[in-house]
Design a protein around this ligand. Structure first.
Ligand code: PMP
Length: 381
């Protein structure tokens, strides 16, 4: 195609799309031999019951559309959390559920609040739906100060635990935030809640403005199935359904519906995986500490860490050369941190070995850098 044709086709873009800066997901490398600690996937396989259910659903019924209301799955989720199906919404990954929440519940011509260091998809949804984003600074320790959310707003979005910090907000503080915002929808994104935070599901009864969003991508080891869900007052769920049915009536296919239902039913498997991952997390915190890193206190399946003297960008590049992927965000406040997903115990050990070797080649070595330059670079392997 010629450059002229390119330019002509580009001129056909909707004007609003020209202004968008889309979310950039973590790298999904092709080929084998990578240790992937960059997208907070689960390093262990999904429940065998999930795989069996997906296999069973893969038959000639695929010629038929799935249930547009996903009633069986919503019923299963409702049973699991002590709700009714009308309080449950399901979507194609929690990213889609969040997108519908921004569209259905957060477009009031007033700014939407979320932490300044948070999931970088939120400002993208704001741009997509013409919502003014208003990032609220975390404190110096990267904690949410709920008092800062007592200001006029068109809604609030909080990941709990926060990402990429991993820090959890206690329910007592979330309750204060909800009490201070009776007229705003508060979306609590619980993508990582199963790794150590308290769920806000118990507050749904008391606060009709609360929407809790979950995913099967992390603790249920099903990032490839693309299933997320939201729970809240029936009227909030109704708004999500209006948007969904104005967009795609069948966001979950037959295989996803079957697999998700089996996953929710197999809570014991999820608990086993979470326990294994939190044990590796605590081990890794210790090891990284010995290598001169400081990790924020994580209640998630990842660590957010900075080294006392080596630069995060250099560590990221040196690890990548060893085919170990972690996440580095070139953003104010956090560009000297690495977000490291907890892998299998063997992967965590390989990471520690690689970092030890990389750091041994730095001028400052692995010393915790009393007096070392905070911007000292490191030698690449
Ligand atoms: N919320 C947060 C805080 C996340 O980190 C992610 C994963 N990138 C999601 C939501 C979306 O997860 P998924 O679409 O896989 O359900």
């Amino acid at each position: 195609m010629s450059l002229k044709q390119d330019a002509a086709a580009r001129a056909l873009w909707s004007p609003a799309v020209r202004e968008l800066h889309a979310y950039v997901p973590g790298e999904q490398p092709q080929g084998t031999g990578w240790i992937k600690l960059n997208t907070n996937e689960c390093p262990y396989p999904p429940s065998p019951r999930v795989l069996e259910a997906v296999r069973e659903a893969a038959d000639e019924r695929l010629r038929l559309y799935p249930d547009p209301t996903a009633l069986a799955l919503r019923q299963t989720i409702a049973n699991r959390f002590g709700l009714v199906p009308e309080q449950v919404f399901v979507g194609n990954g929690s990213d889609e559920v969040l997108a519908h929440a921004f569209c259905a519940l957060l477009r009031h011509g007033r700014p939407v609040l979320f932490p300044d260091v948070s999931y970088s998809f939120y400002p993208v949804y704001c741009a997509l739906y013409g919502i003014e984003p208003q990032p609220v600074p975390l404190d110096a320790d990267f904690c949410v100060r709920v008092a800062d959310y007592r200001r006029g707003n068109g809604g609030i979005v909080l990941p709990n635990p926060n990402a990429p910090t991993g820090i959890a907000l206690p329910l007592t503080e979330l309750t204060q935030l909800l009490e201070g915002n009776p007229g705003s929808v508060v979306v609590v994104d619980e993508a990582y809640v199963d790794f150590g935070a308290d769920s806000a599901v118990t507050l749904i009864e008391r606060f009709p403005q609360l929407l809790v969003v979950r995913t099967l991508s992390k603790s249920a080891a099903l990032a490839g199935l693309r299933v997320g869900f939201a729970m809240g007052h029936t009227s909030l769920i109704e708004a999500l359904n209006v948007v969904k049915d104005s967009f795609n009536s069948y966001p979950l296919d037959r295989l996803a519906l079957a697999g998700a239902q089996a996953a929710i039913e197999d809570d014991a498997y999820l608990q086993t995986l979470s326990a294994r991952i939190t044990a590796s997390r605590e081990w890794l915190v210790q090891q990284l500490g010995d290598l001169g890193f400081r990790c924020l206190p994580s209640s998630a399946n990842f660590l957010f860490a900075r080294h006392a003297c080596a630069r995060a960008a250099d560590l990221f590049a040196a690890l990548r050369e060893r085919r170990i992927l972690v996440r580095h965000f070139r953003q104010p406040r956090i560009d000297n941190h690495l977000r490291i997903t907890i892998g299998t115990q063997a992967e965590c050990e390989a990471l520690v070995d690689a970092l030890r070797s990389i750091l041994s080649k730095t001028p400052a070595g692995t010393a915790t850098a009393a007096g070392a330059s905070p911007t000292a670079s490191i030698g690449t392997p």
